[in-house]
Design a protein around this ligand. Structure first.
Ligand code: TEU
Length: 551
């Protein structure tokens, strides 16, 4: 049986305006991205997730949309989008789009109409209150940048609700017309070649907002509706929810009934694994991952985790205890300006791990060995760094470093005109860290990522199989887990500390001679009985125990 594409995908997240400029205006664009598809194809990615590409005042990196049916003119045209989709498809690469429909920009014509005219057909597309809501300073997502969730609008003469910034008024999902409109938006982009959507801020979309009730109850019928509609329009399109919620809540985003058919989102970001991975890395201790895998909520059979280490936002540690969070902060964000929102870190992975190559490899090997579909953010494959001089989350959105020149090969414009400055200082400057030089170096991180992705695509059991953590007496720093699936069985060893160990796994030897498919070093031939397995500090070994029905 051939598995579903999203279960075996490798997803790559692109900030279009920071990826590749094609017309010399200093801003990356869709044609630039299209011209780099061969690079992505060689890297091995099978799906590209685009951060928002719609017209927007750009006050929240495009997550403030002013027209859902258009393309931000800085990025190109609808024609350019279709060309991108066509060229991507020819290389076996699918496109996922960010669907940001919890809120619009306050500049969206719907909101402008709604606030200007109480009789506007768009008035009830937003959430209003005539009285000052008692909880208007609660439920803030961006402390330090946001002070309230209800703001008085002079023109409307009422308070409007905004979960995020005040320029992002929430859409009113109890209004039938809003639901219908968003289905049309999805249909539009599916027709143009998208393979699905990342549902931005999913829990907040579902939340029914009433003044004085925070948080409000969730209306999951919205997800039921989307799933049915998306699947009816395009059979293999997917819905990926960004739902940073408790493990108990998560399964509801995939299935209407616990253990029932996968009739809601196909994929969920694995926020729980994300925070635990960072904690395990900080402590050099496998325990947080053992616990996290053991407590992993069971999803519907066709539903899938999307794993990640870093994304375009802060690394959110809010679900860790204070002590755990402090450990991660101390290790990976020792300075105040590396932190944000009292809960997160605004850095990229390579500098967090001090550019320590073995540790970077271990971190990504671990992510790709977690149950689910790996998601990688642009630039991580070469070990890009952050620019802490940029405000807020902009620090991790600097242009892709294609070569070592002053413009980093990003654009032919003068660097002063670039949408964001090229990272030009420190150990991660484009001069030192770039694709050109890593391509020429067989031992580079980029080459390693090409190999990692190739291997993971040959190990479908990681995407589709059941994970089991081995319950054996092991050093605290070592995680040993396995995946069993009709596609095969694989055993994965990771050492989170920089201390070499030897482990005895004779009790797990399978019926076929084991073979090593990926490791941090050449450990020599494997004995049939897995006794005395060496593992270097920050080392990892992936050992296939059984080839499955892939032949
Ligand atoms: O983020 C939404 C979101 O829910 C997270 O910021 C979450 O609140 C955070 O991790 C705390 O738990 C999305 C986008 O990813 C972000 O870039 C936007 O700024 C935000 O929506 C508003 O659109």
């Amino acid at each position: 049986m051939s598995e579903r594409w999203y279960k075996e995908a490798v997803v790559y997240c692109v900030e279009v305006d920071s990826f590749q400029d094609s017309n010399g205006d200093g801003c990356g664009d869709l044609r630039g991205l299209t011209s780099r598809l061969d690079y992505l194809s060689r890297l091995g990615v099978t799906c590209v997730w685009l951060n928002p590409i719609h017209p927007s005042p750009q006050r929240d990196n495009g997550y403030d949309v002013s027209d859902y049916y258009g393309i931000d003119p800085r990025l190109g045209t609808l024609g350019d989008f279709v060309e991108l989709a066509t060229q991507a498809r020819q290389r076996g690469i699918r496109l996922l789009l960010d669907l940001v429909v919890n809120h619009t920009s306050d500049q969206h014509p719907w909101f402008q109409s709604a606030r200007n005219d109480p009789g506007s057909p768009y008035r009830d597309w937003y959430v209003w209150s005539s009285e000052e809501p008692p909880d208007r300073r609660q439920g803030i997502v961006f402390p330090g940048e946001q002070t309230e969730t209800w703001t008085f609008d002079n023109k409307a003469g009422q308070w409007y609700f905004h979960r995020f910034y005040d320029f992002q008024p929430d859409l009113n999902w109890s209004t039938r017309a809003v639901r219908e409109e968003v289905k049309k938006i999805m249909g539009f982009w599916l027709q143009l070649g998208a393979s699905g959507f990342r549902i931005d801020a999913a829990p907040f979309v579902l939340e029914q907002v009433t003044p004085g009730v925070d948080p409000g109850p969730l209306d999951f019928s919205i997800l039921d509706d989307w799933r049915q509609d998306v699947q009816w329009r395009t059979a293999d399109a997917v819905v990926l929810c960004e739902a940073n919620v408790s493990p108990e809540e998560l399964p509801k985003y995939c299935a209407a009934a616990p253990g029932g058919p996968n009739d809601r989102a196909h994929m969920l970001f694995a926020f729980g694994i994300n925070a635990r991975l960072w904690l395990a890395l900080a402590r050099g201790d496998a325990e947080p991952l053992v616990e996290s895998l053991a407590a992993l909520p069971k999803l519907a059979a066709m539903a899938q985790w999307a794993t990640f280490l870093r994304n375009h936002d802060e690394l959110d540690l809010s679900r860790l205890t204070d002590e755990q969070r402090n450990d991660v902060m101390r290790e990976f964000a020792p300075k105040q300006d590396m932190r944000i929102y009292n809960r997160g870190i605004r850095r990229r992975l390579a500098p967090m791990l001090k550019g320590e190559r073995r540790r970077i490899e271990l971190a990504y090997a671990l992510q790709f060995a977690m149950p689910g579909t790996p998601v990688l953010r642009y630039g991580e494959e070469i070990g890009m760094g952050e620019d802490l001089r940029l405000p807020g989350r902009e620090s991790i959105r600097t242009p892709m470093q294609w070569d070592g020149s002053r413009s980093a090969g990003f654009s032919s414009a003068s660097p002063a005109e670039f949408v964001r400055p090229i990272l030009s200082r420190g150990a991660f400057a484009a001069r030192l860290v770039n694709i050109g030089s890593e391509r020429r170096d067989n031992g580079s991180l980029l080459r390693w990522f090409e190999q990692l992705i190739r291997v993971v695509r040959e190990c479908p059991e990681i995407g589709v199989g059941e994970p089991t953590v081995l319950d054996l007496p092991l050093p605290r720093s070592v995680l040993v887990h396995r995946f069993d699936a009709p596609e095969g069985t694989i055993l994965l060893l990771h050492n989170l500390a920089d201390v070499a160990v030897t482990v005895d796994l004779r009790s797990v030897a399978g019926s076929e001679p084991p073979s090593e498919v990926f490791a941090d070093a050449d450990y020599g031939p494997l004995a049939t009985k897995l006794t005395e397995l060496d593992l270097h500090g920050w080392g990892y070994r992936w050992i296939r125990l059984r080839r499955g029905n892939r032949g």
